[in-house]
Design a protein. Structure first.
Length: 480
């Protein structure tokens, strides 16, 4: 058909009604358009060829689209299978690590039992509580500790004396305010502020206090008497920090809250203006938090200026085989060290999820330290981090002047002695003052208001604090 040749026109040999004309007329009509019969036939063959080419292209395109769709579906299925196999591989790898970890723990138990002495005692105590869920045991020990500390002892001549309760008692009455500040991850950190009767918490020098008891047990109430006494005797505003505890929050949550509390106070959190002088304090692991905050403030360009640190029997070396953990003279001391070991394990960060690249057939059966203890960012066990064990800090130079109090029969007294030695070597003899209390007192005596030694220790610490923040030449180490 020539309709395709001249669209919009009537072909030669047809009238407007489609009637055929004679051959001669058709040929004469075509000739009148300047086209020969040969031209018409050639053009018709050209268009037929184009139509065939387009049909071939369309068929090939349909074939390619079908092939691509089938390949995409096949690829999707393969990727889904690979993802499922990868998940299974990671799960198997995790289970393998857990098995290795369990084996290493059991081997460690056997080694400790065979070693005898303190290590065997700690191992037996671990086995005793192995079946108790961590959260349940944490609630039990917290309740027992609070009851023991807050219990009133009418037979004690010191129990009824609550320092700061009136102007007749230590010549200063205190106000107490419950405050809070916004920490990391939108976490509200509660603080309790003890200050003089002037009504302005920021008017006096400030002391940020961190309670102890192994990152698990203590709280604001268990250390209320100690904080109240320090504020009343030194006439310094004491800010007790209710940092996050384990097992609800793992390392380094306690340190993060502690350091942010120091910065918050230094930046005027108590009343819009910075305090005239700033100190840190703590007992047991709270003492370690205080030292770690001093190290952090020293090393950061924007760190706050800290004038003094009060440290009561600080627990500063969380390594499972630290010198303090390997010595005990009595069963009570061994039991206490076992409790510290449990606190360390509860405070430990979680093990990271295994990655596929970690799976190696040749290394699968080779246990590593990471199978027993989580590692820090530097590849070392987490408890070697200075934020957890500040006694392992490479340098203690330029730290604030320190007051260290400890009892002779404290199982971790060796850490206080070692800290004092290092501060004398690196900061000079004026950089540290120690108060060595004769026993029997043990660890944690300073918060017990019914013990006269606790009153004596708090009075000495308060006097030292008052001199450090009000003396003519504050002993703080200024940044260069």
């Amino acid at each position: 058909s020539l309709w395709r040749i001249l669209p919009g026109r009537l072909p030669c040999g047809l009238n407007r009604r489609g009637a055929a004309v004679n051959k001669a007329g058709a040929l004469s009509g075509c000739s009148s358009l300047g086209m020969s019969v040969q031209d018409v036939l050639e053009r018709k063959g050209y268009y037929d060829e184009l139509v065939n080419v387009f049909e071939t292209i369309r068929a090939k395109r349909a074939f390619l689209e079908k092939s691509m769709r089938e390949e995409y579906e096949e690829r999707t299925d393969v990727e889904r299978d690979v993802a499922a196999l990868k998940a299974k591989l990671i799960a198997l790898h995790k289970a393998m690590r857990e098995t290795q970890r369990t084996k290493m723990v059991n081997d460690t138990f056997l080694t400790e039992l065979q070693a005898g002495g303190v290590r065997a005692f700690i191992a037996l105590r671990k086995l005793k509580f192995a079946s108790v869920p961590i959260a349940e045991r944490a609630r039990q020990v917290r309740d027992e500790f609070r009851e023991g500390v807050l219990e009133e002892r009418p037979d004690s001549p010191h129990a009824a004396r609550k320092l700061g309760s009136s102007s007749e008692n230590n010549h200063m009455s205190l106000q107490v305010k419950e405050l809070s500040f916004l920490g990391s991850d939108d976490n509200q950190v509660p603080v309790r502020c003890y200050f003089g009767g002037g009504g302005d918490a920021s008017a006096a020098p400030a002391l940020v206090f961190f309670h102890g008891e192994g990152y698990v047990i203590g709280d604001l109430e268990t250390h209320d008497w100690l904080c109240r006494s320090l504020a009343a005797l030194s006439r310094v505003t004491v800010v007790a920090v209710d940092y996050r505890r384990a097992p609800e929050a793992k390392f380094p949550a306690a340190f993060v809250d502690a350091y942010q509390a120091v910065c918050w106070v230094a930046q005027g959190g108590l009343g819009g203006r910075p305090p005239r002088a700033l100190g840190v304090a703590g007992d047991s692991n709270g003492g370690a938090l205080a030292i770690a905050c001093c190290v952090q403030a020293r090393d950061r360009d924007d760190g706050p200026e800290i004038s003094v640190q009060l440290l009561f029997y600080p627990w500063m070396d969380l390594r499972p085989e630290s010198p303090a953990m390997l010595q005990a003279e009595t069963n009570d001391q061994a039991a206490f060290l076992a409790d510290l070991d449990w606190s360390r394990s509860v405070y430990a960060p979680p093990f990271p999820e295994p990655e596929l690249r970690e799976v190696d057939v040749e290394e699968a059966g080779a246990p590593a330290v990471a199978d027993l203890h989580p590692l820090g960012a530097d590849g070392r066990p987490w408890f070697e981090d200075p934020r957890a064990s500040p006694l392992l800090t490479e340098s203690l130079a330029d730290l604030p002047v320190a007051f260290i109090a400890y009892a002779a029969d404290d199982p971790v007294a060796c850490e206080s002695v070692r800290l004092a030695e290092r501060l004398r070597e690196e900061c000079g003899h004026d950089g540290v003052h120690t108060l060595h209390m004769q026993g029997p007192l043990g660890h944690g005596f300073v918060k017990n208001s019914d013990q006269p030694q606790a009153h004596a220790c708090v009075a000495a610490a308060a006097a030292f604090l008052s001199m450090a923040v009000r003396g003519p030449a504050s002993p703080s180490r200024k940044k260069a």
